[in-house]
Design a protein around this ligand. Structure first.
Ligand SMILES: Cc1cc2nc3c(=O)[nH]c(=O)nc-3n(C[C@H](O)[C@H](O)[C@H](O)COP(=O)(O)OP(=O)(O)OC[C@H]3O[C@@H](n4cnc5c(N)ncnc54)[C@H](O)[C@@H]3O)c2cc1C
Length: 500
């Protein structure tokens, strides 16, 4: 299939979901995925192998603009980063679709409203079989369809944490999760956040939308197919070919339509590497490809009570949005708080090298482990660049005042709940989990590479459908918003491109 109707590059959240949205349309679709299927081995539930030995981390190195090389936690498997995700499938809040003032500047609006987008959020929740509870969270936006399944249950120490936070007058709420907890625990008594999914416990891009898409005989997945660059037609108005390397051989596909879904960093890199008359790559008349790179400002926070063991296995069932729209005193937004998966001594060892293992085991065994997440604002100088085959990341963090504020208020809250020790540590560039913004959508071709349906303003047969399209990072996990937009773009393609 070298001249299918559509080539989709990448089988992560964006690529797999748009494939599922196009299934049954009659279009012949070739999916090109750089990675292979994640094999089930004894490492999949071994925290030492995963977190200390980096068994699943790619060997690739990215560089900072100054030259320092680092190994990013960016995963290349069928299903992409979602194979390792925490399966939090949460909607952006309604306010995230409008301009919002933050301590560090203004978060831009989306080119359409939450109300317009809402039906696709509902469809994405159904596709990923999200479990949750409505009515607990004060920032919850309107849902036209309730969750199909009740929330993953709190374990007893987490039920206690929920009650403690409620006792302070706060509104802890159940995390919306794509997790079938019984199926997950059958393969091992661990959490799922950052663990590879080789069964059906997590509904990730592969076990959810890709499985649905591949039921259509017109959709075919090629693995080990590493796309190197796109080729424009001679008048540059369309993409004429996709060039990829498979088993050491350079190959070429010539579809009618190209959907680029290689993830925010790699999609930008593919476009920037693609030959163009001005040397700025393709889809880049706006000079914004690679720019506006965002990745949440986030910290791990351990609330430790040496007198009480945290016996949770998975832990990750709560969030708190009391500081999402304001700092609680009439000030600007701070961000979202949610549980991490339960950490152990090995996971701590991966981050704190010097402490003895028994001390780390004790600490982890008595901690409730939280994740503080704050909005990173777009900045054209925060950018992904390419240098030959290398990826160069110049991440200009913004809005750190929000993370400082959230850290301070949550430390006070956890102390008030009776945890005498509260430790926190920010995540850094080696964790680009929530990368986004590098190929943003908007109304104006002068300032955005993509239109509101993720179509390139420059090449009408190119769509970019992954975290790159997000115009802002908000302060919630991105996957459900990527999936909802992928379904919306699929509907648009069916209407505008596939009509007989
Ligand atoms: C540990 C971890 C935990 C996370 N937890 C959550 C969470 O709980 N909730 C949430 O919403 N988000 C979470 N995320 C983020 C979430 O996984 C991403 O936002 C999401 O997967 C992004 O979707 P995407 O389509 O942009 O990219 P991806 O899903 O990463 O897909 C990109 C795909 O393109 C492929 N690819 C890349 N380059 C090429 C190439 N040159 N040729 C061919 N194929 C290529 C990749 O192999 C991959 O399959 C987490 C991420 C990590 C790493």
């Amino acid at each position: 299939m070298t001249n299918p109707d559509i080539v989709i590059i990448g089988s992560g959240i964006g690529g797999a979901t748009i494939a599922s949205g196009l299934a049954g349309s009659g279009a012949s679709i070739l999916m090109l995925e750089r990675g292979e299927k994640l094999p089930a081995t004894p490492h999949t539930r071994d925290t030492r192998a995963i977190f200390v030995d980096g068994h699943y981390r790619p060997k690739e190195m990215w560089r900072e603009a100054g030259g320092t090389a680092f190994n990013p936690g960016n995963y290349y498997y069928v299903g992409g980063n979602s194979k390792f995700f925490g399966a939090v499938l949460i909607r952006y809040r309604k306010e995230d679709f409008s301009e919002m003032e933050h301590y560090g500047g203004v978060s831009p609006a989306w080119p359409f409203s939450y109300d317009e987008f809402e039906p696709w959020y509902s469809r994405a929740e159904q596709l990923f079989r999200v479990r949750g509870a409505l009515g607990e969270d004060p920032t919850e936006p309107f849902h036209s369809i309730p969750y199909a399944f009740g929330p993953v249950p709190d374990e007893p120490p987490i039920a206690r944490a929920r009650a403690e936070l409620k006792g302070l007058g706060l509104h802890p709420a159940s995390l919306p999760l794509g997790v079938d907890i019984d199926a997950w625990l059958k393969d091992g008594k661990t959490g799922w956040d950052a663990f590879p999914n080789t069964g059906t416990g997590k509904v990730d891009a592969q076990t959810g939308p890709l499985a649905a898409a591949l039921a259509d005989r017109n959709i075919r997945l090629e693995t080990g197919a590493h796309v190197e660059y796109l080729e424009a037609s001679s008048d540059a108005r369309t993409i004429a070919a996709v060039h990829y390397r498979q088993n050491g051989t350079l190959k070429k596909a010539t579809p009618k339509l190209v959907v680029l879904s290689a993830g925010a960093v790699n999609s930008a890199a593919i476009l920037l590497r693609s030959p163009s008359p001005n040397g700025k790559g393709l889809a880049n008349r706006s000079d914004q490809v690679g720019r506006n790179f965002m990745n949440h400002n986030s910290s791990a926070m351990l609330a430790i009570d040496p007198r009480r063991r945290n016996t949770s296995v998975y832990q990750k069932t709560l969030m708190l949005n009391d500081y999402y729209l304001s700092d609680g005193k009439g000030g600007k937004p701070l961000g979202n708080v949610q549980l991490l998966g339960k950490i152990d001594g090995h996971i701590l060892r991966a981050n704190v090298k010097l402490a003895p293992k028994f001390a780390l085991d004790f600490m982890a065994g008595h901690a409730v482990d939280w994740y503080l997440m704050c909005e990173d604002l777009p900045d054209p100088e925060s950018r992904i660049m390419v240098d030959g085959k290398d990826i160069v990341m110049q991440w200009r963090r913004s809005n750190m005042q929000s993370l400082d504020g959230l850290t301070k208020v949550m430390r006070e809250n956890f102390r008030a709940c009776g945890y005498p020790i509260v430790l926190s540590r920010p995540f850094d560039k080696r964790t680009p989990s929530h990368q986004c913004g590098t190929v943003k959508m908007g109304d104006d071709p002068a300032t955005s590479p993509l239109d509101p349906f993720c179509r390139s303003f420059d090449h009408r047969n190119l769509f970019v459908v992954d975290a790159g399209f997000l115009p802002n990072s908000a302060a919630v996990n991105p996957a459900l918003s990527i999936a909802a937009q992928a379904l919306r773009v699929a509907d648009h393609i069916r209407k505008t491109e596939l009509v007989a």
